[in-house]
Design a protein around this ligand. Structure first.
Ligand code: PLP
Length: 440
């Protein structure tokens, strides 16, 4: 009997005893192809020798220093790599230990920015329904995942309101073009600014490609340009949450590069350190850094493990490997192969309503009826049944969705390593197809 409070207290997860490349081995020798990198984390797979060596070297050199006393070489080098030469005008980095911590820091940084520039009234945040920004209280309040919010609703700050997600499969109306859909959503955001009072809004928060809550949903063309305009018109910040979809996952280093805009604050995590160490980061526009430097002089925030040297060393090496080995191109090529494979294997399946995503970030949405797009009853937990069938067949994929209000179906999310082989991508498609057939 385990003494760990696992996610499910009814079943104990199997023990992983070895992880190498795209594969995880359980006790007893059962090998599982890691098709989702946990939750879109392991972008280089497992045990990458360069990253393992970088961690070993850093622990031996400077294992830990408190960011209030010292900086460290890997933290400085990582910041230089992430914001020194990249597009979009991002000029500073702030390192924490997870995606939720990074979101919390982003919300506080936005609030502090407006205090620094004398706009105290800006204390409201607008986010989107059916989004996920993390599980700590601020991040949960920002998120729009009804199931995760419900038990903690009394603890969640009232500073957050929510508009519709940019979810074409369920939100775009009959006969409405993609552009018109994007304009309608931007008009809804504009109306929310007006309802709250435009000069009370600090920021709009969104995932460029929605991850765990909806399953790899990119926005319709023009959506991010339109919401960027709304934010600019009212002097609010745009915070983009790329915790799941960032750091190469969609085929460009940042998902926003495909939208023709740039954020004021970007939040990254999972693919930053690839799971080798826990790390998340804010990437920050220069105007925010200047406001703090010329104002109070310090970001009123901080945790014990801010800019942890070993986590930064691991992330630095992960990012070097991505650049030096040309892995963004590989994400694009493997992503196409994955998409084509899913369409060929499951595109006609009577219970697969949608196949969507970008790069190595794809999902299938399950429906009881393709015509009406009616979801299955979430009580059936079909996504979990598929996950179990897949695990038994040697495939780890990430289940999600299935809201009781019928606004989202169950989905299965795939996020294989950028280092996967063609054969592994084909095996993912084959094993997922078999698991869907077995579970439905
Ligand atoms: N934001 C997004 C888009 C996420 O997908 C997640 C985690 O899945 C988070 C924030 C929270 O990150 P973490 O679980 O590292 O706290």
């Amino acid at each position: 009997m385990t003494r760990i409070l696992h996610r499910s207290s009814r079943t104990e997860p199997p023990l992983a005893v070895r992880a190498e490349g795209s594969w995880i081995t359980q006790t007893g020798g059962h090998r599982v192809l890691d098709a989702s990198g946990g939750a879109a984390v392991s972008c280089l797979g497992h045990g990458h020798p360069r990253v393992v060596e970088a961690i070993r070297r850093q622990v031996g050199q400077v294992d830990y220093v408190h960011s209030g006393f010292f900086s460290s070489e890997p933290a400085e080098a990582l910041a230089e790599m992430l914001v020194g030469h990249e597009p979009g005008g991002l000029a500073g980095a702030y390192f924490v230990s997870s995606g939720s911590e990074a979101i919390e820091a982003a919300l506080k940084l936005a609030r502090q920015y407006f205090l620094e520039v004398g706009q105290e009234r800006r204390q409201r945040f607008i986010a989107r329904r059916q989004s996920y920004h993390g599980n700590t209280l601020g991040a949960l309040a920002a998120g729009g995942n009804a199931l995760r919010r419900a038990p903690y609703a009394p603890l969640l700050a009232a500073a957050f309101s929510h508009v519709s997600p940019a979810h074409a499969y369920r939100g775009q109306q009959e006969g409405e073009s993609e552009e018109a859909f994007a304009r309608r959503l931007a008009a809804e955001l504009e109306a929310e600014f007006q309802r709250l009072g435009p000069d009370t809004v600090a920021a709009f928060v969104a995932e460029p490609v929605v991850g765990a809550t909806l399953g790899c949903v990119p926005a319709p063309a023009g959506y991010f340009r339109a919401v960027r305009e709304v934010c600019d018109r009212h002097g609010a910040l745009l915070i983009l949450d790329e915790v799941m979809c960032g750091m190469g996952r969609t085929g460009t280093l940042h998902a926003w590069e495909q939208e023709g805009i740039a954020p004021d604050i970007q939040v990254v995590a999972k693919g930053l350190g690839g799971g080798f160490q826990p790390i998340g980061a804010l990437l920050i526009q220069g105007k925010i850094l200047v406001a703090i430097r010329d104002g109070s002089g310090s970001f009123k925030h901080g945790h014990t493990y801010v800019a942890h040297p070993v986590a930064c060393a691991a992330a630095l090496e992960v990012q070097r490997v991505i650049r030096e080995e040309g892995l963004l191109g590989q994400v694009q090529a493997l992503g196409q192969r994955l998409r084509q494979g899913l369409e060929a294997r499951l595109g006609q399946h009577p219970h697969v309503g949608d196949i969507r995503g970008r790069g190595l970030f794809h999902a299938i949405e399950l429906v009881s009826d393709r015509e009406s797009k009616a979801p299955f009853d979430p009580a059936l937990q079909l996504n979990l049944r598929i996950r179990e069938a897949a695990l038994a067949a040697g495939l780890a994929c990430y289940p999600g969705g299935g809201t009781a209000d019928g606004r989202a179906g169950d989905h299965i999310l795939l996020a294989p390593p950028y280092t996967a082989t063609d054969e592994e991508i084909d095996l993912i498609v084959e094993r997922l197809g078999a698991a869907v057939e077995l579970a439905l």
